[in-house]
Design a protein around this ligand. Structure first.
Ligand code: AMP
Ligand code: ZN
Length: 464
């Protein structure tokens, strides 16, 4: 029984797909005007875990993730510049080149983090027609009005606007906190279509029934999800910052156009923070996965770190915690290698099914990855389990965890280490313990450890 926390109801609910064993999953994709930062990547790891858990439970998942390559303005209040145009100016390239470049970079990051490829990755700019059609429906139903700079959605026409975010609409109206854009009737109204500015030529613009321009940011996700998943579909995901504006507006658009909340479940990942606060591309205070790799970390150490915190809790990123993630991952790889090396087979006195149940109940309880990881370590420590059972369980669980355990190969001990070890053995036999100890230290510095067993010395790698 899979339970997921539904933001719409603010509680955990039993998940059942709308249709048989099929699940439609929509993920808000990256705005491709810069590298993804590790905060964004945390959200994509959470969404990847969700997808893998659904598949583990026997569902067939159609996973759609868009690329936002137009219309996401620097301010969520529909003012400011298009982030794509800003990125293009920064780098002296065309908007199209920028999009191409950062989509590629995102794919590379996702692959390094073992994030499964979505079934479809539609780009907003390839779906202008669908977005215009949706705006036309909204217009026909009387939900739109025109201002000097575009076509806006009139949120006061919906009884329940802001339900997802539990927005205090009255408070918003009364308060002067939200800057009102000229011509907007209500502070929460948002742009569906923006007109190209009169005296500057935009790189991305299209003809529409309302004049040349470009779509607002929210309409792309409504149009794309409706096209590929139908309405309603099963699960919509994103980071928590999407609740109050982007997803609230997606709900509004679908409710107005089709009379339905577009998705049954809404899941949101909490933010990754650094000392200076929330990591944000627009603030420029961000770390990329590449930077972590340049510092010598395995990208999967970051994935491990992400899994140690539940997706609905904030995660404070520190280099120390990343190092701890790397150490844990290295130990895990090492243990698995040892298991693979083991030739002696003993019969388990502990049933593997016990652990399977434990793992599954953790992961099915709203994706409790910290608990699932603790089951992994219990298995490693349990000497009542046979090596074979341990290995099988770990590889099975890794279908969800995605820590690359299936790629672990037995380590070849280099000839040089073997020679040093046998020299040490000779010294030991000759009772030259000080010299033998010196060699042991040397071997350790090279990343190996010698364990003296009743069968003779055993060499174990300590770095992986
Ligand atoms: P963007 O590329 O800005 O559209 O964001 C891509 C994804 O990352 C969205 O799901 C955001 O909600 C999410 N996100 C943005 N900032 C953070 C953060 N600091 N931590 C975790 N997720 C974030
Ligand atoms: Zn979206």
């Amino acid at each position: 029984m899979l339970k997921l926390y539904n933001t719409l109801l603010r509680k955990k609910q039993i998940f059942r797909p709308l249709k048989d064993k099929k699940v439609g999953l929509y993920t808000c994709g990256p705005t491709v005007y810069d590298y993804a930062h590790i905060g964004n990547l945390r959200t994509y790891i959470f969404e990847d875990i969700l997808r893998r858990v659904l598949e583990y439970n026997g569902y067939k998942v159609k996973h759609v993730m868009n690329y936002t390559d137009v219309g996401h303005l620097t301010s969520d209040a529909d003012t400011g510049e298009d982030k794509m145009e800003k990125g293009a100016r920064r780098e002296g390239k065309s908007v199209w080149e920028i999009a191409e470049f950062y989509i590629k970079a995102f794919k590379k990051d996702a692959a390094a983090l073992n994030i499964l490829k979505p079934s479809l990755t539609p780009r907003a700019t390839d779906h202008i027609k669908e977005q215009i059609n949706l705006i036309k429906i909204l217009e026909k139903k009387g939900f739109t009005y025109e201002t000097k700079d575009g076509i806006y959605f009139d949120t006061s026409r919906l009884k329940d606007y802001g339900r997802l975010a539990r927005l205090d609409i009255k408070g918003l109206k009364a308060g002067a906190r939200i800057k009102m854009t000229e011509g907007k009737k209500n502070p929460t109204d948002f742009a569906l279509w923006k007109f190209s500015p009169k005296n500057t030529k935009r790189q991305m613009e299209w003809d529409s029934p309302w004049g040349k321009g470009f779509p607002g940011w929210h309409i792309e996700c409504s149009a794309i999800s409706a096209k590929y998943l139908g309405q309603p579909f099963d699960i919509h995901t994103g980071g928590v910052d999407h609740i109050s504006v982007h997803h609230t507006n997606e709900v509004a658009q679908s409710e107005a156009a089709l009379g339905k909340v577009p998705a049954k479940f809404w899941l949101h990942g909490e933010h990754l923070l650094i000392e200076t606060g929330k990591m944000a591309k627009s603030e420029g205070n961000f770390l990329t996965l590449n930077y972590l790799i340049e510092k010598g970390f395995n990208p999967l150490a970051f994935r491990y770190l992400v899994l140690t915190t539940h997706y609905r809790s904030k995660l404070n990123f520190t280099w120390r915690s990343l190092q701890a993630g790397q150490n844990a991952l290295d130990t895990l790889y090492g243990k698995l290698r040892e298991i693979k090396h083991e030739t002696m087979r003993k019969v388990s006195s502990q049933s593997p099914a016990y652990y399977e149940k434990k793992f599954l109940s953790a992961i099915n309880d709203d994706l409790d990855t910290p608990k699932a990881l603790s089951v992994v370590w219990q298995i490693i420590k349990d000497n009542r389990l046979s090596s074979q059972d341990k290995k099988q369980l770990l590889l099975k669980f890794d279908k969800i965890l995605g820590l690359g355990l299936d790629k672990i190969k037995p380590l070849k001990i280099p000839q040089k280490i073997k020679q040093l070890a046998s020299q040490r053995e000779i010294l030991r036999i000759n009772k030259q313990f000080i010299q033998a100890d010196r060699l042991r230290k040397k071997i350790e510095n090279l990343g190996y450890r010698i364990e003296d067993t009743s069968y003779g010395p055993k060499i174990i790698a300590t770095r992986y």
